[in-house]
Write a protein that binds this ligand. Structure first.
Ligand SMILES: C[S@@+](CC[C@H](N)C(=O)[O-])C[C@H]1O[C@@H](n2cnc3c(N)ncnc32)[C@H](O)[C@@H]1O
Length: 227
């Protein structure tokens, strides 16, 4: 598969982030509230997020995997490697420059330039009605309470009943009110919310929430192994 990393063979930073580091940094300076960090996700976080992708599609039905906030593809490339050969992977990115950059990497995924809140339309435009896996790399702590609630309602509605939603979170933001609110909302929307351990060597340290049973009466977070 073509990748921009090939055009930066001697630059470890470019290589680690798929060659999109400059474009990512520029987008972060342009729209700090949308991008939420100066660094794209590292390989360890990408692997942690993509770990929820099932080994194989159910017989007779290609799996549908959606990534929200795909940026320049730091996580997308790992997802593309993890999925079954017939899977439909839809990478959603709001910033047109980042989406174009990702599209040009030729990772074999469908790149959609759109706001993640329009997910039901995005699925319909791609001929599918439900996602089996939704992987969020959105900056949740920068969203206001209403946005958090609206986004999670949209994503839960788009998920298959036996599907999985996972979201990256920065561990150093754990005590921020917006992070607390996000965990509370996850517990309201999903019947099962499992936090994973912090990747302390990741810059910045990060963890994920793995959520199942959309729409089931949530009992809140299960015991938090990440702390
Ligand atoms: C933390 S960055 C993650 C980028 C990349 N996935 C990574 O892991 O390095 C968040 C990304 O979400 C995008 N984003 C923010 N709000 C969005 C929205 N409402 N819809 C789609 N993308 C959004 C930003 O433009 C940015 O690329």
């Amino acid at each position: 598969m073509a990748s921009h990393s090939a055009s930066h063979p001697h630059d470890p930073v470019q290589r680690a982030f798929g060659g999109g580091f400059g474009a990512f940094l520029a987008a972060a300076m342009r729209s700090p509230r949308d991008v939420g960090t100066l660094l794209p996700s590292g390989p360890a976080l990408a692997r942690r997020l993509a770990a929820v992708v099932p080994d194989a599609s159910e017989a007779g039905r290609p799996q549908v995997v959606v990534e929200l906030g795909a940026g320049t593809g730091a996580v997308t490339a790992t997802i593309a490697r993890a999925v079954d050969h017939d899977a439909v992977v839809i990478a959603v990115e709001k910033d047109p420059g980042l989406a174009d950059r990702l599209r040009s990497r030729g990772l074999g995924v469908r790149v959609v330039t759109a706001d993640a809140v329009t997910l039901s339309n995005i699925l319909a435009d791609n001929g599918v009605d439900r996602a089996d896996v939704i992987i969020s790399v959105l900056p949740w702590t920068l969203f206001d309470p209403q946005q958090q609630r609206e986004f999670l309602a949209v994503f839960a509605a788009a998920l298959a009943t036996d599907g999985v939603f996972t979201a990256a979170a920065y561990s150093l933001s754990y005590w921020m009110p917006a992070a607390h609110r996000f965990r509370h909302e996850l517990g309201r929307v999903f019947g099962e919310v499992l936090p994973t351990r912090t990747l302390w060597r990741h810059l910045p340290p990060a963890m994920t929430y793995v959520c199942r049973r959309p729409g089931a009466a949530g009992k809140g977070l299960t015991a938090d192994p990440s702390r």
